[in-house]
Ligand binder design. Structure first.
Ligand code: PBG
Ligand code: ZN
Length: 336
């Protein structure tokens, strides 16, 4: 009878008795308005290509957006993250800062359909360069590590960010992991008159195998080498704190950790170190695919697994989450 000696009367299950009590004491709740849906916009017309490794997701052309955008808002989703697949790729990724580039065309079209939807843009070069790296590749020798010219890339990133801002983006999200990226973008945006526009920095971005399906979807896989010279080593955690410290000092309004599901400890550390900054986590394409594939095989319950994983990311400290599950969660929460 003397259960646990010191606190014989403690029974935690008193708080687990019924649905009503469990709801009352629940500490975290997933809400669809905390989820951001990534979208892949492809140059052309009449395109809605299903992405094989990402069931429920498409490469979509601007003329096909209305139905999709209306569906998203109907489900209660408040924000999207845009990725562009341009008509032409070149060594500098010029489409990414062209007035009639794919993102610059998509934003006004989306704003016309629903002015209220928050439009974030991923600011990077890998989808726009013919070599598929996130910046200007200076020289590359077979078998050598890829060298991306950090400071040349900053100049072009600034052009891209200002161009997205001029097209009507609501949040600028640089993802290329260049040093000084936030500072360069903040200056360029301010000079162009966009002092009000927030920067969501992909502050803590690991060189991860969890981006596989995305690289197919966005047609942005590197043609040679990998991203280990500019993305973080997944064995490191203290370095994540340094990345955040720098981004904050450079003027980041919000931080991000990516991937999310496999990096809950990082989310937790960043949130505990910088509780005052809004923190985003990116539940990546590979992490999405793991759940989808197991669910398709009937090995796990998709709804329960996805809700558990996303709640865990939120519980770990992410204030909001970018996820390919945003539409499903919207649906599930509507018919609870
Ligand atoms: C672009 C970018 C990537 C992702 C988001 N922005 C690819 C990469 O860094 O290689 C990955 C997102 C995902 O896997 O869902 N730099
Ligand atoms: Zn990139």
């Amino acid at each position: 009878m003397n259960y646990h000696g010191h606190f014989p009367k403690t029974r935690l299950r008193r708080l687990r008795q019924s649905d009503n009590i469990r709801v009352l004491v629940r500490e975290t709740r997933l809400d669809v308005n905390k989820l951001i849906l990534p979208m892949f916009i492809k140059y052309g017309t009449n395109i809605k290509n299903p992405i094989a490794s990402m069931p429920g997701h498409y490469q979509i052309s601007v003329d096909q957006l209305a139905e999709e955008i209306n569906e998203i808002t109907r489900l209660g989703i408040k924000g999207i993250m845009l990725f562009g697949i341009p008509a032409q790729k070149d060594p500098l990724g010029k489409d990414s800062y062209a007035k009639n580039g794919i993102i610059q065309t998509a934003i006004p079209a989306i704003k016309k359909i629903t002015p209220d939807l928050l439009v974030m843009t991923d600011v990077c070069f890998c989808e726009y360069t013919d070599h598929g790296h996130c910046g200007v590749v200076t020289q590359h020798e077979e078998g050598q590590a890829v060298n991306v010219d950090n400071d040349k890339t900053l100049e072009l990133l600034a052009k891209q960010a200002v161009s997205h801002a001029q097209a009507g983006a609501d949040i600028i999200a640089p993802s290329g992991n260049m040093d000084g990226m936030v500072y360069a973008l903040r200056n360029a945006l301010d000079e162009a008159g966009f002092t009000h526009l927030p920067i969501l920095s992909y502050s803590v971005k690991y060189a991860s195998s969890m981006y596989g399906p995305f690289r197919q979807a966005a047609e942005g896989a590197p043609k040679f080498g990998d991203r280990r010279t500019y993305q973080m080593d997944y064995a490191n955690v203290n370095e994540a704190i340094r990345e955040c410290a720098l981004d904050i000092s450079e003027g980041a309004d919000m931080l991000m950790v990516k991937p999310a599901h496999t990096y809950l400890d990082i989310i937790c550390r960043v949130k505990q170190t910088y509780p005052e900054l809004p923190l985003c986590a990116y539940h990546t394409s590979g992490e999405f695919a793991l759940v989808k594939a197991a669910a398709e095989k009937g090995w796990i319950d998709e709804r329960k697994s996805a809700m558990e994983i996303l709640t865990a990311i939120h519980r770990a400290g992410a204030d909001f989450i970018i996820t390919y599950y945003a539409k499903e969660v919207g649906q599930w929460l509507q018919n609870k």
